[in-house]
Design a binder for this molecule. Structure first.
Ligand code: GDP
Length: 528
């Protein structure tokens, strides 16, 4: 096997999907601890503590404190390299989350044992389903009373339309929680608060028939457990690797993240069975991770990660080949070669200079406005990874400045923040307005706050007569010119200079489309 193939086979790149408060942050932190990437618990959580204290968007900023520095976390586990990509917590960041999920090979779904399947989990699951992303499930907070485990699996199956294959099974819950049984190995892992970090640190019996089990949980509970296991065996699916990899079955684990419990069986199973980097579609062919030449795509851009440095970082998922520090790569959209100097990797919450990186890894590239979400880098080949859309905004506001002399700063701030993809920035051809489009209302508050905080500009956002946006394209230059002449009042350029039709009403859009059949109106701008 080549070096690239070997390194790719070792990689596990995934994201956690869950409803807020199910335990994503706690689980993330524990995984980093398991991987030895951080020494002490508390570093992820500490920054989050103030989250609930302030108003919604301030809280969001606080939350950004975590999701920013821990956008990508890499840690070693059992000879594998695990890349955990963080998905933003707030519902308004739907499209951002969507793009993160295009960059992973599998997902871990966390469910609160008391709450069951919640609304945001359903949405995220729908996104995973678009690419048949394999999903493992962790049922959390077993130290509390919750739903009956069998009912819970039924709920997952019926609401999320995915088969459940329990891999561990709980022995009691809440006050009566005693442990879990591993349904494949037969092992019994006892629940002991404050322990369970490693196998050495846990009490594990080889099977439920071991006398130690009866001694630990008592004869009545053991009898109950035997009955329940029989029921589970009859009523549920057994693990089928192929069904899992096709996204039609999810292996299920039970535990308590805050108590480290049930995580070791989960992680062991995860690194063994979760897919390594897979082949990916491009405009011209599928790219295999084992190919020798570097390819990758940008799925996320973060402005001002470090306020002191005013930097913008483009996160690139490597799809094939090897990245080596200082190498040059071909930026397909601009057709230019670019030196990938000072690229970053993300070990735990620290940023470090990347020496090399392999398929499945994510590197951070310094961006000076030339890189957009969806961009592909190669070693010269003309291909672009597909499936990373830019969503059409549904809400529009005109930016209004307190201090008119700060127009330049405002433009710069709006353009840079729009690179992140949560908002889009338009400059109408016929006026000096600056129009911002977003998918959620909260975005306008976030942008106003960040403009002030990061760019020193005070701006407000006022209503504007725009109901929807369409990217327009026309292969016939003459017809395009005619179209522009006739429709200039409604045309704008977006931050990358692409032409966009801002329709004051839906009816207006319909008429414009009918009158210019040679022009294509697109609801998303797929980057090509
Ligand atoms: P997130 O919003 O999904 O990131 O959830 P957090 O990790 O912040 O957890 C939400 C709350 O649930 C916090 O107060 C955690 O301490 C708590 N929590 C997480 N895991 C467990 C668990 O296993 N048992 C109990 N009882 N609480 C937990």
């Amino acid at each position: 096997m080549s070096n690239v193939a070997q390194e790719a086979a070792r990689r596990r790149t995934f994201a956690i999907i869950s409803h807020p408060d199910a335990g994503k942050t706690t689980l993330t932190e524990k995984m980093l601890l398991f991987g030895g990437a951080i020494q002490m618990a508390g570093s992820v959580k500490g920054r989050k503590a103030a989250r609930h204290a302030t108003s919604d968007w301030m809280a969001l900023e606080k939350e950004r404190g975590i999701s920013v520095t821990s956008s990508v976390m890499q840690f070693p586990y059992e000879g594998r390299i695990v890349n955990l990509l963080d998905t933003p917590g707030h519902a308004d960041f739907g499209e951002d989350t969507y793009r993160v999920l295009t960059a992973v090979d599998s997902a871990l779904m966390v469910i609160d044992v008391a709450k069951g399947v919640e609304e945001r989990t359903i949405k995220l699951m729908e996104v995973c389903r678009l690419r048949d992303t394999p999903i493992m499930t962790f049922i959390n907070k077993l130290d509390r009373e919750g739903k009956n485990p069998i009912d819970l699996l039924d709920e997952v199956e019926s609401v999320l339309k995915i088969q459940c294959a329990p891999v561990t099974w709980p022995i009691g819950m809440g006050q009566r929680l005693k442990g879990v049984v591993h349904l494949i190995t037969g092992e019994v892992h006892l629940y002991e608060a404050g322990k369970n970090f490693t196998r050495q640190d846990s009490t594990i019996f080889p099977s439920i028939d071991d006398p130690g089990v009866e001694a630990a949980i008592g004869a009545p509970m053991l009898a109950e457990l035997r009955e329940e296991l029989e029921l589970v065996e009859g009523a549920s699916h057994s693990f089928d690797l192929d069904a899992y990899l096709r996204g039609v079955q999810t292996p299920v684990f039970f535990g308590s993240a805050v108590n480290n419990f049930g995580l070791q069986p989960l992680l062991d199973f995860f690194v063994e069975h979760a897919p390594s980097p897979q082949a990916r579609a491009t405009t011209s062919r599928d790219v295999s991770p084992t190919e020798g030449k570097l390819t990758g795509f940008v799925f996320k851009i973060q402005a001002n990660m470090d306020p002191q440095h005013r930097d913008r970082v483009a996160f690139m998922r490597i799809c094939s080949g090897k990245f080596a520090a200082g190498m040059k790569a071909f930026h397909v959209r601009s057709g230019k070669e670019q030196k990938l100097a000072n690229a970053l990797t993300f070990m735990a919450s620290d940023r470090e200079l990347a020496e090399d990186a392999w398929p499945g890894d994510v590197i951070g590239l310094h961006n000076h406005g030339t890189i957009s979400i969806g961009d592909t880098f190669t070693e010269g080949e003309q291909l672009s990874f597909t499936g990373i859309p830019n969503f059409a905004p549904e809400l529009f506001r005109r930016a209004r400045l307190r201090d008119p002399l700060k127009l330049k700063q405002l433009q710069k701030g709006l353009a840079q923040l729009s690179e992140e993809g949560a908002t889009q920035f338009f400059k109408p051809m016929m006026s000096n307005d600056l129009i911002l489009g977003a998918v959620g209302m909260l975005q306008f508050d976030v942008v106003a706050y960040r403009l002030k905080d990061e760019y020193g500009v005070e701006a407000t956002f006022e209503p504007v007569q725009v109901s929807t946006a369409r990217w327009v394209r026309c292969d016939d230059p003459k017809k395009l010119e005619e179209f522009i002449d006739k429709n200039a009042v409604n045309l704008s350029h977006d931050a990358s200079g692409a032409l966009v039709y801002l329709a004051p009403t839906r009816v207006n859009l319909q008429l414009a489309e009918e009158r210019s059949p040679a022009v294509t109106f697109m609801a998303t701008r797929e980057h090509a």
